[in-house]
Design a protein around this ligand. Structure first.
Ligand SMILES: Nc1nc2c(ncn2[C@@H]2O[C@H](COP(=O)(O)OP(=O)(O)OP(=O)(O)O)[C@@H](O)[C@H]2O)c(=O)[nH]1
Length: 320
């Protein structure tokens, strides 16, 4: 319980900037209007869009809110806050988010452009899996940036896991090939691969990922596969655009949204789930291993609106 509380309060404090941005604005609107009219809805719309919830998700949220207000015969603005919270949660529904790679032998490919926090996230995830008692092998297959391999090596040491590759300029596909051999030889539970991140040459990126996927299919067919894209929440709508571009070149199974602590644009999590229908599986709310947390939309919206008690009752079982 204490641990859960710690988890939730870390999430709440990690989201301070977004909360200040969205929720205080919304509270001001709820307090400042005496009736529900078009101006009231427009103010809410503006706040949601400013909070990077995105035009399309915002439109859906408002539509749902208006419907609920009508159905429930609500007349006073402050009575529809709960309905707004419900409408935001609805927009984030993407079905149950599964973490199958924690349950069976698997390969997790991590993609994302440089600078978004990819290496850090791979390191944090390795640490989390290791702490669950899993045997983890890291593949340093983002061989483009000079210091990337060294940086990943530091994380591997910190997490106490093995790392394959890391030499600048080596062929990413060859690194994956070696890493699969190592994962098999060491009977690894999870092979975690830090892979390509260059979007400016989409054709090359696509080719590189295709090559990696072919090797995995051929050499490691019985491993469960997952591809997560790392996005930097501080870039707001750019993060959404990047996710769309990666989704065009590979089948994404989830998202890691980093630097949620450093941004007022955390609403991007709503936009991403709503528009892409790809689950955000983890969020980064700081720089330590514990600051990579599993993402639960319900809990996220509760944390945004300070619905602490409800969230603590919520079964999360995830402080690993
Ligand atoms: N506050 C905060 N900082 C983060 C988070 N995730 C990563 N960072 C920081 O962001 C910076 C960039 O992270 P990296 O992991 O080096 O970025 P990268 O995407 O791997 O970059 P490349 O190695 O060039 O691919 C580092 O200073 C990290 O500590 C987060 O969730 N919150």
């Amino acid at each position: 319980m204490g641990e859960k509380k710690g988890f939730f309060s870390r999430l709440v404090s990690g989201l301070t900037k977004t909360r200040d941005n969205i929720v205080s604005g919304i509270d001001a609107v709820f307090g400042g209007f005496s009736q529900i009219d078009e101006d009231f809805y427009e103010e809410i719309e503006e706040i949601l869009i400013m909070g990077d919830i995105g035009v399309s998700a915002t439109e859906n949220i408002l539509e749902s809110l208006k419907q609920k207000v009508k159905e429930n015969h609500i007349k006073k603005p402050d009575e529809c806050k709960e309905l707004l919270i419900e409408s935001i949660k609805e927009q984030m529904q993407v079905g149950e988010t599964a973490y199958r790679f924690e349950e069976e032998k698997s390969v997790v490919l991590i993609v994302g452009v440089n600078g978004v926090g990819k290496t850090t996230s791979v390191g944090k995830l390795a640490g989390k899996l290791k702490a669950q008692g899993k045997k983890v092998v890291l593949a340093a297959a983002d061989t483009f940036r000079a210091a990337a391999g060294e940086q990943l090596k530091e994380w591997a040491n910190r997490a106490g896991v093995d790392m394959i590759g890391g030499q600048e300029g080596s062929d990413p596909a060859a690194v994956i090939y070696d890493a699969v051999a190592a994962a098999k030889a060491r009977n690894a539970d999870v092979l975690l691969c830090d892979t390509a991140g260059r979007l400016h040459n989409k054709k090359n990126l696509m080719e590189e990922l295709r090559k990696i996927n072919r090797i995995l299919e051929k050499e490691y067919p019985d491993a469960y596969r997952e591809t997560l894209v790392v996005l930097d929440a501080t870039t707001g709508q750019n993060a959404l655009a990047q996710a769309k571009q990666f989704a065009e070149v590979t089948d994404l199974t989830g998202i890691i949204l980093t630097k949620m602590d450093g941004t007022a644009k955390g609403g991007i999590a709503v936009a991403i789930q709503s528009e892409l229908q790809i689950p955000v599986k983890y969020i980064g709310v700081g720089e330590t291993i514990d600051d990579l947390q599993k993402f639960d939309p319900e809990e996220f919206v509760n944390a945004l609106f300070d619905r602490g008690e409800g969230a603590q009752e919520h079964e999360e079982g995830e402080n690993d």
